[in-house]
Ligand binder design. Structure first.
Ligand code: FES
Length: 71
């Protein structure tokens, strides 16, 4: 699913950047430019990064935000 339409970044791309060390929206943006054009994808990127943080209990909420952003 495309998360950043300005840079054609998918949720899997975000997860890939996270697995390579990106921990914040800014760090993902530094790697690929996502979130640096219109900024509309920043909440969705942040929520995907939250999925990767065990124990936050926010995985369900993050999926809702990502789906809402894609409509
Ligand atoms: S949708 Fe990601 S910067 Fe515009």
């Amino acid at each position: 699913m495309i998360v950043c339409h300005c840079k054609a970044l998918s949720d899997n791309d975000v997860r890939s950047h996270a697995s390579q060390g990106a921990r914040t929206v800014r760090e993902v943006g530094a790697r690929c430019g996502a979130g640096r054009v219109c900024g509309g994808c920043r909440p969705a990127i942040a929520e995907i990064l939250t999925e990767r943080t065990p124990g936050t209990g926010q995985a369900s909420a993050s999926q809702g935000i990502v789906l809402a952003a894609s409509k």
